[in-house]
Ligand binder design. Structure first.
Ligand SMILES: Cc1cc2nc3c(=O)[nH]c(=O)nc-3n(C[C@H](O)[C@H](O)[C@H](O)COP(=O)(O)O)c2cc1C
Length: 483
């Protein structure tokens, strides 16, 4: 089921016992963050989306943790389980000549889904029920302060819209935005990201760049801002395909950009590439404060919004938190694309502890010497996978989602003098341990089983597995043992 907007999603979550309304008066300064951190790390039954209805000093409710579980993330994207996403993408990528008439019709259906995915331009929009162009101010929004050492308040779940000043190609990214004052924001688009590239083009042209920031909208569009799509793929077309209907988009009031019509709040403005201001520190998903550095500045020209908007947000910090589930959806969506390019890949897992890029576990069907290394190098050359710090490659039969099994294999199946590959390359902006900012070492661990093809100096032993016959016997007699 595709939701039209955030309210429909909220209603769905509430109906299915996945949302709690908090009516107690709370402060946006640290209190909401601490409540959310406890809820997202607590018992899974208590891990629900939270709608804070009475935020001190504001009449705008705050929605948080809406994507913070596998069930809610799947519901947001209109599937029952997150792994269904892999199946959908794999079906689309299956370009073998269809055999039967039924197959041909099914393929036509898949292509039709793509054809109707384009954004739909609309003239009037809920996100423009109220238009504030005279003295617009961020002060009316309940923007959170997340951690005690943060440099200020941060918008954390935005869709940032920019266009390439030369080609006009759209980018949508989810980047944290620091409130410098009531009219300016620090734009933390990291150097490897789409809008940073647009800003570099604007800088070459010596011109300011228009920027729109949408808060809320349908949940698929919100997710799409966090998806690491290549520059040639429009996030809004991708969102339309994923939700099975084009995203309604409306022209902004003061700038030449479009935003999702169903958003709750839209900030219109511009960034001057010649301007930089200190942004951060900010308690980020590494579990540490990212250091203060110079970043671009957004100048607010207008706020458009619904009459009674909901303010969607999230907090990031030591994992697991809500952003882990947004990343899990990305992992499942991108797996079939990686498998198309690297057919030996069976499965992959980016566990919460690895905050996406710090740890990528991948299982492969190994057929020739050096294949695990080939996969590591290929991943390091693939889009934002370039930022992967540690890649552990295991054999096809290993369950990459079972961290206990992976730790067992990854320590027992390696000789460090043979199976570790250390290279260097681009590092994540937030990596506090890399040798220097944005550049550092990477470790590949070949934890596959070895055989003669790997040139080993002793025979590889057989793994201990009980015989099928005895397993069946014990299963059959289990009740008799009184255990
Ligand atoms: C909650 C959340 C916050 C994020 N904050 C940032 C951020 O501050 N800066 C950044 O560059 N990427 C951030 N990301 C990751 C980007 O959204 C992601 O890399 C996305 O692919 C960027 O889009 P782009 O490739 O079109 O630039 C965040 C992701 C999530 C889920």
């Amino acid at each position: 089921m595709a939701f039209d907007d955030l309210r429909e999603f909220v209603a769905h979550l509430e109906k299915h016992g996945q949302l709690r309304r908090v009516r107690a008066r709370v402060s946006r300064d640290l209190e909401i963050a601490e409540i959310t951190d406890r809820v997202s790390k607590g018992r899974s039954e208590g891990n629900q989306a939270l709608l804070f209805e009475q935020v001190d000093g504001f009449d705008v409710p705050v929605l948080i943790n809406a994507f913070g579980s596998p069930e809610r993330m799947a519901a947001a994207l209109g599937v029952e389980h997150l792994h269904d996403l892999s199946a959908r993408v794999a079906k689309l990528l299956d370009l073998r000549m269809p055999g039967s008439l039924f197959d041909k019709l099914r393929k036509l259906g898949d292509l039709f889904d793509v054809a109707k995915a384009g954004p739909k331009r609309v003239r009037s929009a809920p996100c423009q029920e109220v238009i504030e162009t005279d003295q617009p101010s961020l002060a009316r929004l309940p923007i959170l302060r997340c951690w005690p050492g943060d440099a200020g308040r941060y918008i954390t779940l935005p869709l940032v819209f920019t266009r390439d000043p030369v080609t006009g190609a759209r980018n949508v990214g989810m980047y944290r935005l620091q409130v410098h004052d009531d009219r300016t924001l620090g734009m933390h688009w990291q150097t490897h990201k789409g809008s940073a590239e647009h800003e570099r083009v604007a800088q070459e042209q010596g011109k300011p760049m228009e920027v729109a920031i949408a808060l809320g909208g349908d949940p698929v569009s919100i997710y799409s801002g966090s998806a690491p799509l290549p520059p040639g793929i429009d996030e809004m077309v991708f969102a339309g395909w994923l939700r099975g209907a084009g995203v309604p988009m409306v022209a902004c009031k003061t700038i030449d950009l479009e935003v999702p019509a169903e958003a709750e709040i839209v900030l219109e403005g511009f960034v001057d590439p010649a301007e930089r201001r200190l942004e951060g520190p900010f308690g980020d998903h590494t579990g540490y404060y990212s250091l203060a550095r110079d970043y671009p500045v957004f100048h607010l020209k207008a706020i458009t919004r619904r009459k009674q908007p909901i303010y969607p947000t999230t907090i990031v910090g030591r994992p697991p938190q809500e952003d882990y589930w947004l990343g899990k959806a990305t992992e499942r969506i991108f797996l079939p694309i990686i498998r198309l390019l690297l057919p030996e890949v069976v499965d992959m897992n980016m566990p919460a502890e690895g905050i996406f890029h710090n740890l990528v576990i991948v299982s492969i069907k190994k057929r020739y010497p050096g294949q695990a290394r080939k996969v590591m190098h290929a991943l390091w050359g693939l889009g934002l996978m370039m930022l992967a710090k540690n890649i552990v490659v295991v054999s096809e039969h290993v369950d990459v989602h079972n961290l206990s099994e992976v730790a067992w294999r990854a320590t027992g199946n390696i000789d460090p003098s043979r199976d570790l590959l250390i290279v260097d390359g681009p590092a994540d902006d937030l990596d506090h341990a890399s040798v220097r900012h944005r550049f550092g070492g990477k470790l590949g661990v070949d934890a596959t089983e070895k055989s003669d093809m790997d040139g080993i100096g002793q025979s590889w032993p057989e793994e201990i597995v009980m015989s099928e016959e005895i397993r069946a016997l014990v299963t059959r007699r289990w009740q008799e043992y009184g255990l």
